[in-house]
Design a protein around this ligand. Sequence first.
Ligand SMILES: Nc1ncnc2c1ncn2[C@@H]1O[C@H](COP(=O)(O)OP(=O)(O)OP(=O)(O)O)[C@@H](O)[C@H]1O
Ligand SMILES: [Mg+2]
Length: 279
Amino acid sequence: MEKIKDALAKAKVEHAETRLSTKFSSPTVVMQQEAKGFSNTENELGAINYLDTPVIKLDSAHLEKNRIVAQSKSDTNSYSFDSLRTQILQKMEENNWRTIAVVSPTPQSGKTLVSINLAISIAHQPQKTAILVDFDLRRPKVAAYLGIHTEKSMNDYLQDKAPLKDIIVNPGIDRLVIAPTMKPVSNSAETLSSNKVTNLIAELRDRYDSRIVIFDCPPVLNSDDAMVLLPQVDCILLVIGNGMSTQSEIEETLHHLPKENLLGVVFNKAEIESKNYYY
Ligand SMILES: Nc1ncnc2c1ncn2[C@@H]1O[C@H](COP(=O)(O)OP(=O)(O)OP(=O)(O)O)[C@@H](O)[C@H]1O
Ligand SMILES: [Mg+2]
């Protein structure tokens, strides 16, 4: 943890810390600054019509197996994500940010897990809606983690074979929709820099004031994909998996990220023993 602080300090990221705990890890959230209260004046929820959106009921055993906990109020781990959610929403509200990219330096840090749990937790806020978009076009995992399979997905949208409304599903949770990617997309960096994706991000951001858009992204250091996406989103949540990235990888990543858009850092998998433990 000290090494992460060093890396953050070197990157001149000012922060306040909040510790969270879950039984499967102790993610630590390092926010850019103390957040203040947020208003809940937006009230366009009546305009959001879920009737046209197919509902896919999630299997609670599958979710639990995949560490998706935010939907379960009886699971104390969900409190961690509610706390993360509250801090994130406060900071986003202050800055009028609505789109958030979840990234990490290297693979397997917990981005997809954090993205899904965060999206569910945001949707639990009555004054917010959330859409989770699987933009890890190389290794899409959102659908598999949630246990959903859709005929039409982001793959079809990107190939002009389906409109946005036909690829979105509601996972049986109010105010949450998912845009899944069912299989890897070739030329992913080119796709993510295309006009189609740029327009999609703008459309998702601007349609409803109350909507938070979460993009589950690929790791920053393994391809150009995340770097292509980051300038197109309002803010960035950096997930650092314990033992998954070296200090120099964290520093290199922080060097790439626009500091003014760095929402915070989630230190994930804190209690997991790892031979690669570096910090
Ligand atoms: N806090 C945690 N405690 C225990 N296991 C975790 C935790 N976070 C993630 N994992 C596990 O680590 C693995 C990787 O998680 P996840 O797929 O969310 O990471 P990722 O950063 O999205 O990976 P990739 O870069 O491959 O997309 C999964 O098996 C997940 O269940
Ligand atoms: Mg992932």
